[in-house]
Design a protein around this ligand. Structure first.
Ligand code: DX5
Ligand code: ZN
Length: 218
């Protein structure tokens, strides 16, 4: 499968969100990554349902919704109604992760689990069959524009072999500090989906930057 590019609208201009989403529609974007932060699970607040819904109304690509919130099980159905195609919850925020994954499936969305940089991949072994997407955080979640943590490469390899051993079809997504330098290495380690926020939106020509990330061979 060719790798997927998921630009994060956390780095978009919120004053002209329609315009920025329209730009993504016209680009090689595969998924639109939408970061929801509650000010409790992470030390930042981004946006909630109305903004996700507003993005969905304009978007012509699936919304990849990353919930950096405590007790995400309280809001799964509402995010699905707001237009989420993939719903990713944090391992660290879900004491009953298996149940939460079933809830996401029942809502009709694809299941995602995100791991903070300190959380070992091995902890997913018993639920890997229930996950469509593992999001490996390559920065501490909460903010765009942070520096990539190189230990991520090792985690990708471990996760890839777990997926193969357990015959799961789960995709590996990398989120945080992705750029054109580390992207080929991430892909050759086994990443399937690259999230990129500031690298795309702060570039001179975001459409071209997305194309560059999409066209990488490794
Ligand atoms: C971080 C978010 C990321 C962020 C990535 O908490 O989950 O999705 O938007 O931004 P960059 O690519 O700038 O690190
Ligand atoms: Zn994210």
């Amino acid at each position: 499968m060719p790798h997927l590019i998921a630009p994060s609208v956390l780095a978009a201009n919120f004053g002209q969100m329609d315009h920025d989403v329209e730009m993504l529609n016209q680009s090689a974007t595969d998924w639109i990554h939408v970061d929801v932060m509650d000010g409790r699970f992470v030390p930042n607040i981004s946006f909630g349902f109305p903004v996700v819904h507003a993005i969905q109304k304009v978007a012509q690509k699936p919304l990849d919704v990353h919930l950096m919130i405590e007790q995400p099980e309280r809001y799964i159905e509402q995010f699905r109604e707001a237009g989420a195609e993939n719903i990713t919850v944090h391992y660290e925020a879900c004491p009953h992760l298996h149940r939460t994954l079933q809830q996401i499936k029942a809502a009709g969305a694809k299941t995602g689990v995100a791991l903070n940089p300190h959380t070992p991949v091995a902890l997913l072994a018993d639920v890997i069959q229930d996950i469509d997407l593992v999001c490996l955080m390559s920065v501490n979640p909460g903010f765009g524009g942070q520096k990539f943590i190189p230990h991520t490469y090792q985690k990708i390899k471990e996760l890839k072999s777990m997926i193969q051993e357990r015959e799961s079809r789960c995709l590996i997504e990398i989120d945080g500090g992705v750029n054109l330098e580390n992207a080929p290495l991430l892909l050759s380690a086994g990443a399937d989906v690259l999230v990129a926020g500031s690298f795309v939106f702060n570039s001179k020509d975001p459409v071209q930057t997305i194309q560059d990330l999409k066209q990488l061979s490794f």
